[in-house]
Structures are given as C-alpha cells and as structure tokens.
Design a protein around this ligand. Structure first.
Ligand code: C2O
Ligand code: CU
Length: 552
C-alpha cells in the first residue's frame, strides 16, 4: 500500500459559485476541494494550514472509520481541539475500504461555507468490481446560501429565532446559477452578481456514445434533501456509502446530506444533442424559492455549451414521501457481498427526534435532550481521566414516556433540557438504534433527518411508518441482506432501525447531517473501548483543560 500526501491551504476567498459573489472557504483556491484519489490500504496524510485568519477549523473524513486513528476523525469537541488560525495540523489515516466517501469541515456550521470534497478509494490492482464501466466521475451536490454562516448561526441561536430558510441555489460540482434580477439591492460592483461570469458556467460532463460511466454522486447539503436525474437516461445504483448494492434502476435518485451513491449510466441516446442533468429539492416546499440545479451531459462531439433543445425535466413532487421511502427500502446489499449482521443485539437505544425549546430558544433534541459540547474534547477527557469536564450520568436509552408519546401531534410541553452526557457502549457489543421521527413544533409537519455515524458502518435493518412497535417491528427486520451505510434517513413520521458493532475504540459522533439541526443540538456521542486507544498525539490538544498536555 502507498502513501498519499496532500498539502492544503484553507482560506476565505470571494467566489461566484452561483454567479453571486460571496466569501467561501477554499482549499488551495478551490471549492469543492481536490478529490482524494487512493487505493484500498493506502495511508492518507493531509497537512492542513488554517489560513482562515479569524476562525478555527477541523476537517472530518466522512465514511472513513479511522480504525486505530480515532484522533484523526476531525470532529472538533469530540476527537480534537480546533486548529487555530495560522496553525498547521496533520491528519493521518488509512483508507481500509474501497468506495466513495467525502470530507468536509466539522467546526460550527463551517461546512456550508464551501469546505468539502470527494474521496475515491479504488480496489487494489488486480481486484475487479462486480460491475464494469469505462469511465469514473465524481459529482458532489450541495445547496448554497448567500448569507454567511455567522449570520445563520447567530439567527438560529437568537430570540426571536431566525430560520435559515431555503437555499438560494443548488450546486452541481460547485456550480449553480442564481437569477441576479432577484437581488433586492443593486451593487456598484459589476461582478457582484453577474450571470456571464465564467465562474458560474454550469458543470459539464462530456461523454462518448456507447460508453458506460460510473458517476459517484454525493451530497453535502446544509439542509436540502435532493432528487438527482439525467434527462433521457436511467441510472443503475451499484454502490451506497462504500458498499455494493444489489443493482436497482432509477430515474430519480433521492439523496440526503452525507450519503454517497455510485450509479452506472449508458450513453445510448440520440447523439446529436446534449441533455440536462438536474437536481431538485424534495421533502420541503422550496419550489418558489430555490430553482433546480442544472448541469449539462455533453455528448461528444457536440459543443459542451450547447443548451439542450428541451426544457429541463421537472423533478418529482416535493411532498410525496412514498417513492423516497421505496428507494430507501430497495437499497440492499449485493449478492455475494453481503456482510451478515449479528442475529441479536445486546442493547437497544430508541432515539426520539423532536423539536423543542430551551429557555425560549428553539432546539432539536433526542429523547428530550439537546446536545452541547464541553470545552474539552471527549476523546482527550476520557483518555486523560478528566471526568469532571462533562456530565457523567448516562443519557436516556429511551424516553420514559415513549410508549405514550404522540408522534403525530404537537406536544403540550415542548421544553427540553440540554446535556453533554454521552452513551458509553460495551466494547464489541451489538447495538441497535431506533431513530423515531415525530411532529415538529408546527402542526402537520415532520421533517426528514439524515443521521450519520462516525467511526462505523451500520446495517439498515428496516424502515417503518408511524411509531416503532418494539414487539412486532423487529420481527420484520431484514437480517438476510441489509445494506451497510454510514448515513441513513429517518422519513417524516417514520422510524429507521440500525445495528452496529461497537468494535472501534474511540469516541464517535452520531448526528443529523443537516447543518442547522446539528448546530441546534441534534446529536449524540458514543464511546467504546477508549482504554484501548493508544497514546494520543499532543497536536489534538490545547483547548479547555487539555492545555497542560500540549507539548510546546
Ligand atoms: Cu459528514 Cu459529522 O459529518
Ligand atoms: Cu435533522
């Protein structure tokens, strides 16, 4: 196995990704940042320089389990102190599995300022995939806001609450198009919003007739659930979060923030024209606010800028959850590549997802607890026995009133509590998590939450509508060929059941991948086998009560 070294300079730069000029966080001048290309077993070394001047930084390697390197997970508050402005930090980890992964900032709401990119891990030389294709391409989807993350974070933690609203644009591989005529205030800067700016010319994927393309499609949206489609072409889903999928053919690929999929497309349509690649928001009514994201599938040798002769196809109806649930259920492990889950679990943790208030502030909670981080990262606190830095009482495995909780209504008392207590799992035990959705504080409203687990893949055992029935629903679990993933959606008014083995020594975040929900407390932390973690590098220290451990 090889070693791949990267040197990244992270800084703010003015970018016009959707033609509107705003500050974005870039890596070596780019957003999305460079794609990390590696082979299974390689060691990745990324030397990061924080050039953000007035802002801390941390970078997470989403989907990489960090076996033996839990301090490289890049989760500020959990596995490391933030990288201070002007400082360097070196992430070092092994990519032990082939597949499609992501990286992104994991400090505050920094991810949505543009620090993100793809990780593509190939099989070792001579090992074949269970499908064939001629070319391999990565496409990252994102939503894009014109307000700064500071304005958004301040709004979310204010009374009255200021919601981030729907994004201004959708970006396909970092490119979008905002209608500049919608701006309320004109600017004297001719480039402040200029649709002729080449920086916002649409992403173009040039393809050759008769060939098959593997598209690695991933989403790092701040808020939006998306549907992705290619006009006139079906997509065959073959990979999800680094695991082979029993192939299914789709016209709309539904994708939630933090998920990655590979699809195969065959270039077999009328070759004298180009086709639209589009993405739309689903699950929220953004039709009047966010235009679809557009890119061009360019059939060589047509001019790549030639606009397709048709209108971009309309996306699916935003509030129809049935096809989204159907796709979730249809994603199964590929025959011949099934990892069978342990038949039974040692512990079941039910996590009821609710929107609440604490002292008048709007928050998101699980089991009525909205999560806060201590000043000292858990990994260091636990390794160095600094037990006073966070609440030692275990958080609830199940809200005691769960059986009587009405998931379809707005509860009378929406008040929650906040805590920094964590779930401590027995090393090597098998844990089931039931994510239970509910109504928000708005009547007849339940949202989709993509939950992401650090440090593990989990089996997706099942999805259901309504309230989880602890007696009967487990009998319907798919134990035969469940897909393994690291991110999974809990659909409106539904539940999702997962199983994982707590076999990775470290401290791991589990959270909703919607940036504002995460920020508002929709997260928990798991610890397992921390005593097996080897000596922590002093580079991760320096904040809270860890100052004494940092070598000069
Ligand atoms: Cu991709 Cu903790 O996130
Ligand atoms: Cu959420």
């Amino acid at each position: 196995a090889g070693v791949r070294r990267y040197k990244w300079d992270v800084k703010y730069e003015f970018k016009s990704l959707d033609c509107y000029k705003k500050l974005a966080i870039t890596i070596n001048g780019k957003t999305p940042g460079p794609t990390i290309l590696a082979r299974q077993g390689d060691t990745i070394i990324v030397e990061v320089t924080n050039g953000l001047v007035t802002e801390n930084l941390a970078i997470h390697w989403h989907g990489i389990r960090q076996i033996g390197s839990p301090w490289s997970d890049g989760t500020e508050g959990v596995t490391q102190c933030p990288i201070l402005p002007g400082d360097n930090f070196t992430y070092r980890f092994i990519v032990d599995r082939p597949g499609t992964y992501l990286y992104h900032a994991h400090y505050g709401m920094q991810r949505e300022a543009g620090l993100y990119g793809s990780i593509r891990v190939l099989l070792p030389d001579g090992v074949a995939e269970p499908f064939t294709y001629d070319y391999d391409r990565s496409i990252i989807l994102n939503d894009w806001y014109h307000a700064s993350t500071y304005e958004q974070a301040a709004g979310l933690s204010s009374i009255p609450f200021v919601w981030v609203e729907e994004p201004q644009s959708l970006l396909i591989q970092g490119k979008g198009k905002f209608d500049c005529s919608k701006l309320v205030t004109a600017s004297s800067d001719p480039m402040a919003c200029n649709t002729t700016n080449p920086e916002c010319s649409p992403y173009m994927l040039t393809v050759v007739q008769g060939k098959t393309y593997r598209l690695r499609i991933s989403s790092v949206t701040a808020l939006s659930a998306l549907s992705f489609q290619i006009e006139g072409h079906n997509m065959t889903v073959v990979e999800a979060d680094g695991h082979y999928v029993e192939p299914i053919v789709v016209q709309n690929l539904f994708i939630y923030s933090g998920e990655t999929y590979s699809v195969l497309i065959k270039i077999d349509q009328e070759p004298s024209r180009n086709y639209w690649i589009t993405t739309n928001i689903v699950g929220r009514d953004a039709t009047a606010k966010t235009p679809p994201g557009l890119a061009i599938l360019n059939y060589y040798p047509n001019h790549p800028k030639r606009v397709p002769p048709t209108d971009p196809p309309a996306g699916p109806i935003w509030n129809d959850t049935a096809p989204r649930l159907a796709q979730s259920v249809a994603i199964k492990a590929r025959q011949g590549y099934v990892h069978t889950p342990p038949p039974k679990s040692d512990r079941v943790i039910v996590l009821l997802n609710t929107q609440n208030k604490i002292d008048g502030y709007i928050r998101w909670s699980v089991n009525n607890v909205s999560f806060t981080f201590p000043h000292t990262p858990y990994l260091i606190a636990l390794k160095e026995n600094l037990h006073h830095v966070f609440d030692q009482h275990p958080p609830p495995d199940r809200l005691h009133e769960f059986t009587t909780y009405d998931i379809y209504g707005v509860v009378n008392n929406t008040n929650a509590t906040s805590s920094n207590a964590i779930y401590r799992l027995k090393f090597n035990s098998t844990v089931d998590i039931i994510l239970q959705n509910a109504n928000t504080m708005t009547e007849n409203n339940s949202e989709t939450h993509p939950w992401h687990l650090h440090g593990h893949d989990f089996w997706v055992l099942g999805y259901g509508k309504g309230k989880f029935d602890a007696k009967n629903d487990p009998k319907k679990y798919n134990l035969a060929n469940p897909i393994m993933k690291n991110t999974v959606a809990v659909h409106p008014y539904g539940w999702t059941a997962l199983r994982f083995v707590a076999d990775n020594p470290g401290v791991w975040l589990f959270h909703c991948h919607i940036e504002s929900h995460f920020y508002m407390g929709m997260r928990v932390v798991f610890e397992e086998g921390v005593e097996k973690v080897s000596k922590l590098p002093s580079e991760i220290m320096g904040c809270g009560e860890t100052k004494a451990f940092k070598k000069p």
